[in-house]
Design a binder for this molecule. Structure first.
Ligand SMILES: [Zn+2]
Length: 460
């Protein structure tokens, strides 16, 4: 996007928000890092199921003690808006017409709702500025990390603009050749299968095409990532060892990390997909989401202007859609470990004054409840129709049941800590009698945009 257009929009956005900041704050603040972590498709009971398995109780995750905790409504411009009354008087309501991941990610990346399936465009097809575009203009480094394909809906919405989320070739081209983003990490490797074994016949679906892939690995330049007016090549890494090697020490300027597996780190590996967590041995040739997140941060934190990073646990949703309890819990544990690693990085190498961390999801998937839910109780009290998961103790899968093989429009959780996190709490002004206060998913993007403008405005 032309920088002039971006700047015009920034000036417009800034006008109502931060004039006071421009003139009243003379002391330069240190640069702000913003990290948004999205466990794709993990509703309340998905978070709970993983916590019960990990700890034998809820409330033990690092984000459970974050000062800001609220709910989020996730509907898209084309799906059914959340209705707090209907949601708790009809068991079926949240099943009707939920958002998809592309629209939900676009809402968080741009602050604007769009139609299902759309990446980075508004419902009329106009290109939206996303938080990566804005952070780049503000001089920050930017990155996306995912446990699924790097061009899948959620990371795509933070970088690309496409009418349809399945336009992988178009999206991959924008990411590799046109975006100034500094770090892209994920799966989609053309020369490996879904269990991480080398294949004879490459599959270029997720890397665009053969030419784009070969140009990438041969060091052809992409866009200008560092703002010096010259195109910058990617340093491409393709092995678990190379990912781990980036966690500490000096790093290249710009990294494209593709794990040696086709679609996702672990959830798609062969073996009994309905077995308990970790019964099927993990693929050992790929990094973990925590390792990828730390590697990405170590590349991004070289910039004195700070960075924006989106981390997605992308296959929680896939396990949910397949109603795979064991793999759902595994994937959410990998996500939890990534959050833990990021928190340790913040507390060791940065601070909560200089970093905002938001942990959330894009929508609920699978409509997980405790056993026996959905039946009208004899006394007619519909609030009793939703049962809690039955805790079986640490290391045991709680008793649970599924009511969907897709997404729902249920409210989902959000946890935030660090600079600006109180703004999330302030925006959570809608009330739900079960989940408490909630905000809209576009509020997440709006807060990030405001903070990027304000903290950069006083620094430049
Ligand atoms: Zn999703």
């Amino acid at each position: 996007m032309k920088k002039k257009v971006v700047m015009a929009i920034i000036i417009f956005l800034t006008a109502g928000i931060t004039l006071a900041t421009f003139f009243s704050c003379r002391r330069a603040l240190r640069p702000l890092n913003i990290i948004l972590m999205i466990s794709d498709g993990c509703g309340y009971n998905c978070f709970n199921a993983a916590s019960l398995y990990q700890y034998g109780r809820t409330g033990m995750q690092v984000y459970d003690s974050f000062p800001v905790q609220c709910a989020v409504c996730t509907h898209s411009a084309s799906s059914t808006p959340y209705d707090p009354k209907k949601a708790w008087t009809s068991f079926e309501f949240i099943l009707s017409d939920p958002t998809d991941s592309a629209a939900a990610a676009t809402a968080m990346a741009t602050g604007i709702k769009t139609n299902d399936g759309t990446v980075g465009l508004d419902p009329g097809g106009a290109k939206l500025i996303n938080v990566v575009d804005l952070a780049e203009v503000m001089g920050k480094k930017t990155g996306t990390v995912t446990s699924v394909q790097f061009c899948h809906a959620t990371p795509a919405a933070f970088i690309a603009k496409a009418e349809n989320r399945y336009q992988y070739e178009k999206i991959a081209y924008q990411i590799i050749k046109e975006s100034p983003v500094d770090v892209v990490m994920g799966c989609g490797h053309p020369y490996y299968d879904g269990s991480g074994r080398p294949v004879e016949e490459p599959n270029f679906r997720y890397v665009g095409n053969r030419g784009l892939w070969e140009g990438l690995v041969n060091g052809e330049p992409g866009a200008d990532a560092d703002g010096d007016g010259k195109p910058d090549p990617w340093t491409v890494i393709q092995t678990a060892e190379k990912f781990r090697g980036l966690i500490e020490g000096k790093t290249p300027e710009r990294v494209f990390g593709i794990a040696p597996i086709l679609k996702t780190l672990q959830q798609g590996r062969e073996g009994d997909v309905l077995s308990d967590p970790f019964d099927v041995p993990l693929v050992t040739s790929v990094p973990t989401l925590a390792e990828m997140s730390l590697a990405a941060i170590n590349v991004l934190d070289d910039d004195p202007d700070g960075f924006f990073l989106m981390v997605e646990g992308g296959a929680v949703d896939w396990a949910g859609e397949e109603n795979q309890k064991g793999r759902l819990i595994e994937e959410q544990i990998f996500f939890n470990q990534a959050v833990q690693a990021v928190v340790e990085w913040i507390e060791t190498h940065s601070s909560w004054q200089d970093t905002l961390l938001i942990v959330t999801t894009d929508h609920d998937t699978g409509y997980i409840t405790g056993p026996g839910s959905g039946k009208e109780p004899p006394d007619g009290d519909l609030s009793k129709t939703w049962k809690d998961l039955v805790n079986k103790g640490k290391g045991k899968v709680p008793d649970m049941e599924w009511h969907s093989e897709y997404h729902t429009n249920a409210l989902v959780p959000l946890f935030a800590n660090g600079f600006g996190s109180e703004r999330m709490a302030a925006l959570a002004d809608k009330k739900d009698r079960v989940r408490g206060n909630y905000l809209d998913n576009t509020d997440i993007g709006r807060v990030i945009i405001e903070l990027l403008i304000e903290r950069s405005a006083v620094n430049h």
